[in-house]
Design a protein around this ligand. Structure first.
Ligand code: GDP
Ligand code: IMO
Ligand code: MG
Length: 431
């Protein structure tokens, strides 16, 4: 029996991780976010009510679960407090002891957000299409060893000292390179001290907490953000986010050893979407893409931007399975394909008179790849009310089996609607 299960996005994010984590939280005791920040937008629909979580693990919507924001996450305290307030207002934040934040998680500061936005502006047509939430600049400071961490909020002198040193450099950059206004030390300090008071009760050593939970036989669910193709090492660089989004990060970003992970499960849509810039071989730029967008409600949960839509890409799927070491795949949004006559699956890339079977690491090459498609018949029947695999239309079953065969990973859950109950559980990863 698997006790510690990692859930990661297998594509370019927005695969439906929030919904999946909500379903699987029922079987877990502890739910952990281990990377990313409020660039994530995880949608969970419980009894017609919609929740979009950016920082707090989706497990918070189930009573009695411990939720952890691990050391690998970058935390914008204003957003965190807003999220807590939103959950309180909706009666979903049962007990403050149910949320723990790592003292080692880095803070997103106002200058990170500003730098994110102005750098995108300067990049012009070469922009990345970031969420503008300060994610990249916050991770830059972490790696540059000048970041301010949640634990620093509890030590006023340390906070003041680090802020002072950082502002020297950031203000210089903002003023002289980007011709922007400077930040005043006092304003940021006062603002963050006020956050500190509110956040202090949640800040702790979450690595020790997790170690004890594992030793006590508790079941841990790790909730990835973004997706494998946005990983800073393995994604479509430079059109990526600034953290490692693959399963390996579940260990590093939460302070447990990799040997403690029992199972890694990817989440993938039955087609593909991407928000922001960067290569996307199976993108449908015309009416077909628009139809998928409307049918799937493909608008960003964080920025509201329309998502680019296209067919399922098995080359990317195989790659994602490899770099994550997937034990299983969860396929979401099958219902979005219900009305189509024909469905395409990309099984290779045509590039320079060759057929590539491996996902290229160079974004320029990927940009020039033409998808090679296999065509499948649609099923033209609604699937949202189906709860058993054998009850799915035959062509839907064939489609799922074909995807499994191509990516060489078992599909263990099929999601057929946004609601908690709209899912076909073939194999529970915790069992
Ligand atoms: P995440 O970032 O991976 O958690 O995904 P998002 O929440 O950003 O985007 C997924 C969207 O699809 C949300 O609006 C979900 O409510 C919705 N969704 C999830 N699973 C399904 C499904 O099986 N069918 C349909 N129609 N919508 C789904
Ligand atoms: P969830 O967890 C989809 C994308 C941005 C941009 C790139 C870099 O909801 O799946 P960043 O702000 O991180 O520096 O932006 O990454 N991106 C996401 N796309 N889903 C996400 O999160 C994303 N988080 C970041 O659109 O292309
Ligand atoms: Mg999302």
């Amino acid at each position: 029996m698997a006790k510690n299960v990692v859930i990661v996005g297998a594509q370019w994010g927005d695969e439906g991780k929030g919904k999946v984590v909500d379903i699987l939280s029922e079987y877990a005791d502890v739910i952990v976010r281990f990377q990313g920040g409020n660039n994530a937008g995880h949608t969970v629909i419980v009894e017609q009510e919609k929740f979009i979580l950016h920082l707090i693990p989706s497990g918070i919507l189930r009573k009695g679960k411990k939720c952890i924001i691990g050391n690998g996450v970058v935390v914008d305290p204003a957003i965190l407090l807003e999220e807590i307030d939103m959950l309180l207002a909706k009666g979903q934040f049962q007990d403050s002891s149910n949320l723990l934040i790592s003292e080692d998680a880095h803070l997103i500061m106002p200058y990170h957000k500003k730098l994110d936005v102005v750098r995108e502006r300067v990049r012009g047509q070469y922009k990345i299409g970031t969420t503008g939430r300060g994610i990249g600049p916050a991770y830059e400071d972490k790696v540059a060893r000048c970041g301010i961490r949640c634990g620093d909020l509890l030590r006023e002198e340390v906070l003041r000292g680090k802020l002072k040193t950082n502002l020297l450099e950031k203000n210089h950059l903002l003023q002289n390179i980007y011709h922007e206004d400077c930040f005043a030390m006092h304003d940021i300090y006062e603002q963050y001290i006020s956050y500190a008071e509110k956040i202090a009760p949640y800040i702790t050593n979450t690595s020790i907490y997790l170690d004890e939970a594992i030793k006590a036989g508790k079941r841990i669910l790790f909730e990835g953000a973004q997706g494998a193709l946005l990983d800073v090492d393995h994604g479509t660089y430079p059109f990526v986010t600034s953290s490692n989004t693959v399963a390996g990060e579940a260990a590093t970003g939460s302070g447990i050893g990799p040997t403690k992970i029992d199972k890694v499960v990817g989440v993938s849509k039955a087609y593909t979407t991407r928000v922001g810039e960067g290569p996307f071989p199976t993108e449908l730029k015309g009416e077909e893409g628009m139809r998928l967008r409307e049918q799937g409600g493909e608008y960003g949960a964080t920025t509201g931007r329309p998502r680019r839509c296209g067919w399922f890409d098995a080359v990317a799927g195989i790659y994602s399975a490899r770099i994550n070491g997937l034990d299983g795949m969860i396929l979401t949004k099958l219902d979005v394909l219900d009305n189509l006559d024909k469905i395409m699956i990309c099984i290779g890339y045509r590039y320079d008179n060759n057929i590539l079977k491996d996902f290229p690491s160079d974004s320029d090459i990927l940009n020039k790849c033409e998808p090679v498609y296999e065509i499948m018949d649609g099923w033209k029947e609604p699937t949202s009310n189906v709860t058993k695999f054998s009850r799915l239309p035959k062509n839907a079953q064939k489609y799922i089996k074909r995807l499994e065969e191509l990516i060489e990973v078992s599909i263990i859950i099929v999601s057929v609607g946004a609601g908690r109950k709209e899912a076909i559980m073939i194999e529970n990863p915790f069992q």
